[in-house]
Design a binder for this molecule. Sequence first.
Ligand SMILES: C[S@@+](CC[C@H](N)C(=O)[O-])C[C@H]1O[C@@H](n2cnc3c(N)ncnc32)[C@H](O)[C@@H]1O
Length: 269
Amino acid sequence: MHKVKEVSLADTARLFDYLQCGVFGAKFKLKGFEYAWTIRAREWKPGERVLDVGAGYSALPSYLADTFGCEVWAVDDFGMSAQQDFWKRARDPHKFVEQTQQVKYILERLGDPDESSLPLEYFDVICSSSALEHVPDQAIQSVWRHMDLLLKPGGEMLHAIDLKFQGDRGFSYLLLAGILDLFYRWFPSKWKSRYARATPRCYVYMIADILGFDKVPSMHGMNSIEMVLDPEILIEPPETTYNRIIKDNAIDIRYHRTAALLLHLIKAS
Ligand SMILES: C[S@@+](CC[C@H](N)C(=O)[O-])C[C@H]1O[C@@H](n2cnc3c(N)ncnc32)[C@H](O)[C@@H]1O
């Protein structure tokens, strides 16, 4: 069972506050919001054991280790076990890991506790930024179960998950997303994984099924139709889409607007 501390979408007002206060990582893009949100979400203490899931080359793990004296681990195989060279980003992950001594990197994919070297019930905090949306549908449930096993009783989860605005794909998709928002909770389990990333509400309902929540969060203003109408929701800037086209050769990108779902949960003691 998990207590729900926060379920929200990243918004411009908080980003402006993070920028004005000079919070580490704050920038005009979703990741910039997510790093600052993670840092601000709780009081970090020396010696706390932290796991960043899908950390890639992020500077957040080093920052948490250097600034707060946390024992920081990061789990990411940089796509190597799934032959997805894309995630190496034309760099050498082994070299990066060697140079980042203050963080303990585990070059694995989460999802199978039997195949993993990560210690169970070890971490005080498990966090991720712009990572969990890349987990394929069939692995979402096992990745969340694995994270739950790694977290200590009383430990915290802080996840920022980037999800698309279905309205960008046209009115019929928006309508379908609205229907999913209303009826997803009653879907059979195998459909739940398939549609989990369709909307923020669907994602939250799926996590609630897997972990168990103390209460169903209200998610006010978070349905797909309200999202389209809310100018406060922070979206990825066009520059990020452009970079993906140029650097990642993602020439088929059509839909640019992405929002960040923020989840802060506390595992029952
Ligand atoms: C967008 S990238 C890196 C995001 C990173 N957190 C940052 O802030 O730059 C997403 C990463 O998630 C990793 N990933 C995907 N599925 C994973 C899994 N099951 N376990 C661990 N990492 C995973 C990928 O290898 C990739 O490096």
